[in-house]
Design a binder for this molecule. Structure first.
Ligand code: ADP
Ligand code: MG
Length: 259
């Protein structure tokens, strides 16, 4: 049985991509068959997975979705890149922004184009992680409509807790389309041990959301080690295997596996 997890937050810079990358590779290291899907026109996940110039790729998620949109037959395995650390990547790049605009004019089913693709490949994997862009536009709606659960990375600051309300609203709306969509959990990221933000945000989350949404026990600390990996195209397990970020993402992997 495959589980499809959408890594989403309408706010940027909260470690969605870093989490998709290191949770994906974490799961692969535990022997799971993993596909990560880059659904952000910025192509950051594609870079994290070792592709130096995502915008130069010939065939990406945008082509896949474009073909499905036009009722063309696709080979669901075309375009998948095998990453050196054992996960499969469906890359994304700037072409996705044009694709998102053309989705608007699709008469029927514009929210479920990505789901059609995911359903074609899901039997090949144990986990599929979709890295979303920082907005609640059609691409993100497509990711939520294709997913079994949504994992929400959140920075430990008050403002991002406000943004969470909009995301929860969007999830509630998408659940009408995809009743199976549940919450994987909220992941607190970039925790700076010198500030009290984390405490404040935990209190806020406990009061507002904890009864409906699991908050992962592990929190990802802030560290320059984490920020170094995106450009290197390797995971934290390679870059700093014994550091606190690798340990934290390993714990996250175990929490996801246990659920
Ligand atoms: P998003 O996908 O939500 O926009 P990213 O994963 O790209 O977020 O992270 C935003 C920036 O923060 C990147 O430069 C990334 O390298 C950095 N970063 C991610 N996780 C951490 C962390 N735990 N500590 C410090 N910097 C981090
Ligand atoms: Mg990102």
């Amino acid at each position: 049985m495959c589980k499809v997890i959408s890594v989403s937050n309408n706010k940027g810079g909260v470690a969605k991509t870093t989490t998709a990358c290191n949770l994906g590779i974490g799961l692969a290291r535990m022997g799971k068959r993993v596909l990560v899907v880059d659904a952000d026109p910025q192509g950051n996940l594609t870079t994290c997975m070792g592709v130096e110039e995502p915008d130069d790729l010939e065939y990406t998620l945008s082509d896949v979705m474009g073909k499905i949109m036009n009722d063309e037959i696709i080979d669901p395995h075309e375009g998948i890149i095998r990453n050196e650390e054992g996960v499969d990547l469906m890359p994304g790049n700037i072409d996705l922004s044009g694709l998102e605009i053309s989705l608007i004019s699709v008469m029927v089913g514009r929210e479920t184009i990505l789901k059609e693709y995911i359903d074609m490949v899901r039997e090949d994997y144990d986990y599929i992680l979709i890295d979303c862009m920082p907005s609640l536009g059609l691409l993100t709606v497509n990711a939520l409509a294709a997913a079994d659960s949504v994992l929400i990375p959140m920075q430990a600051a008050y403002l991002s807790a406000k943004g969470l309300k909009q995301l929860v609203k969007a999830v509630t709306r998408v659940q009408k389309l995809n009743p199976g969509l549940s919450y994987e959990g909220i992941l607190i990221t970039m925790v700076d041990e010198r500030t009290n933000y984390a405490k404040e945000i935990m209190k806020l989350l406990d009061e507002g959301y904890a009864k409906d949404i699991r908050i992962f026990a592990v929190r990802i600390p802030s560290s320059v080690r984490a920020s170094e990996i995106s450009a290197l195209g390797i995971s934290i397990y390679q870059h700093d295997p014994h550091g606190k970020i690798a340990t934290a993402y390993q714990s996250l992997t175990e929490e996801v596996l246990a659920s």
